[in-house]
Structure formats: C-alpha cells, structure tokens
Ligand binder design. Structure first.
Ligand code: SF4
Ligand SMILES: [Zn+2]
Ligand SMILES: [Zn+2]
Length: 297
C-alpha cells in the first residue's frame, strides 16, 4: 500500500498516506476545525480534559504545541484499576511535557467512588457522565475554553443515540462548539478532533508514541452507547464512509436544529450547589439525592 502523494509506504489506508503526509493531513485538519469554528482564539486560557487515552493525549499534545496557555484536568471516577492505569499515562505525559495537571476524584468530591455508587444501579454510565461533566465544568472555571477529545466516531454515536431515543433536541447542542446556552459559570466546551476518525487518532497516537492499549472501561458493556458503537462499526465495515457521511450531513443541518430548538430559558444557579442549571437543582444534585435514597432502601 503506497502513499498517494509520494509513493512511500502508507501508514493508513483511508486516506492512503505515508507517515509524513499523514501527520501534515491530520494536523492541518484539526487546525482548520479550530479556525473554521472559532474554537480557540489567540491568548485564550485553555484547559484540556484528559483521561490518559489516545484521544485526549493527542489533543493535549497538539494544543500545547500550538498555544501558550494550556493546562490539563482529569477526573478520577474510581473505576477499578482501569482509571488508575489511564491516569498514570496522563500524569507521565504532563510531567514529560511540563504541563500543569490537576485531578479531582468522585471519592474526594462526593464521598464515594463510582464503583461504590453504582452497586445498586443498572446504568453506571449515566451517573459517571453526569458527575464527570459536573466536575469538569466546576474546575475549568476561570479558563476560556474546556477542550474535550471527542472524535468523529464519538460524535456519530451521539447523533445516532439521540435519534434512536427521540432526543433530537439534545443533538442541537452537539457540534465542534458544544451547547447553545451561555452562563458566566459555564465554561465553553470545544471539540477540535471533531472531524478526525478514531482510526486516524490511533494512527497519529501510535506514530507519536502515546498509544497505550488499556482495554475498555469494565462498565462499557452496560451502556447504550456501546451497543450503538458496535452496530455503527459493523455498518462502517460493510459500507465504508458511513460514519463520515453521518457527521458531515449532520453538521450541515445543525444550524437549523439550533434555531428550531432555541429556547428562551436562561441558565440559573442550582439552589443546592450554585452550579449552572435550567432547573431548581442541577443534574448532579438530583442524581446524588437519588443515590442516597437508593442506599436507604
Ligand atoms: S464506559 Fe461508562 S462508566 Fe466507563 S468511563 Fe465511560 S461513561 Fe464512565
Ligand atoms: Zn507520502
Ligand atoms: Zn447542584
């Protein structure tokens, strides 16, 4: 398999490029996403959400290469030895590259690890997602942007999941610049890897030496996302280009969705914790109340 640009050995089949031309293609695509969607402006203070996996290390590596004020934040949900391993990679990477890194844990913030919280629940990913987002937003305050490492495959899964659950309104908050509502306590989230496929990110991370195979989260089997992911993978294998078509078509429709689902509601502060929310209590406080109720049963 030869590179279409120089005839050297290709490192990826679609697009068919050698190492040198793939790096140029991949980095140019991310820079273009940042510029086209105005994700990051010069001089802004950026914090990158880092799990220690290939996507987040790729994103952190590139943003700290291109911008001055870049730091990293990780959340330790407390998921067996899985998160310990990935956080070790995040810590090592930040040390090696002199990046300021901070980590917050569910145990420290909520009194329990995710493993302890979910013993009686069927949907660990819902608890994990709500509480992780809560801490990421809370501790990215003071930064101009929170950069998260969602790739094109992740976005395709989210689009499809929302369709299948009749949640088109939630899809209107997707896109490279996340969300539709603004609040002084709400840090804007951006997704610079939006147009990069998982395969491209793996290829880049392997070339740069920060791809570590740690296996999946032990809770992934319970998640609806995982079911959608495996069906989408089968579909992509049979009809290559489907994931890209889904995301590229969605992004064309997104401005219309944003208008259609526009709301006059304003974000206010949660009556319990003061974090931004549309309701009296934020999702994290509602969830924590529910978890306490489950414990008493
Ligand atoms: S698979 Fe579920 S429980 Fe595991 S890290 Fe992802 S959201 Fe959390
Ligand atoms: Zn080449
Ligand atoms: Zn709250």
């Amino acid at each position: 398999m030869k590179c279409t640009k120089c005839n050297k050995k290709a490192v990826i089949d679609s697009p068919r490029l050698c190492e040198k031309h793939f790096i140029i293609y991949f980095e140019t695509k991310i820079k273009k996403t940042i510029l086209d969607y105005k994700l990051i402006n010069e001089g802004e203070k950026i914090i990158v959400g880092v799990s220690g996996g290939k996507d987040s290390l790729t994103l952190l590596y590139l943003l700290q290469k291109w911008y001055e004020n870049v730091e990293a934040i990780s959340i330790d949900e407390g998921i067996g030895s899985y998160r310990e391993k990935t956080l070790k990679y995040a810590e090592e990477f930040c040390k090696r590259n002199s990046i300021k890194w901070k980590v917050y844990s569910f145990k420290q913030e909520f009194g329990k690890t995710l493993d302890e919280m979910i013993q009686k629940l069927k949907h660990p990913c819902t608890v994990c997602g709500v509480l992780r987002k809560y801490l990421l937003n809370k501790y990215s305050r003071g930064y101009d942007k929170l950069a998260i490492a969602h790739n094109m495959d992740d976005e395709a899964e989210s689009i499809l999941m929302n369709f299948l659950k009749n949640n088109l309104g939630i899809s209107s908050r997707l896109g490279p610049l996340v969300g539709t509502l603004r609040h002084k306590k709400f840090t804007l989230k951006v997704k610079p890897l939006y147009f990069c496929s998982e395969k491209e990110v793996i290829t880049y991370a392997k070339i740069k030496g920060f791809y570590h195979f740690v296996g999946g989260c032990p809770n992934i089997a319970h998640s609806f996302r995982n079911k959608v992911r495996s069906e989408l993978k089968k579909f992509e294998n049979k009809y290559p280009g489907s994931v890209k078509a889904l995301v590229y078509d969605f992004i064309k429709q997104l401005p219309r969705l944003k208008v259609y689902f526009r709301t006059d509601q304003q974000l206010k502060e949660c009556e319990k914790c003061g974090e931004p929310t549309l309701k009296k209590l934020c999702n994290a406080c509602l969830l924590l109340e529910k978890l306490k109720m489950l414990k008493k049963q």
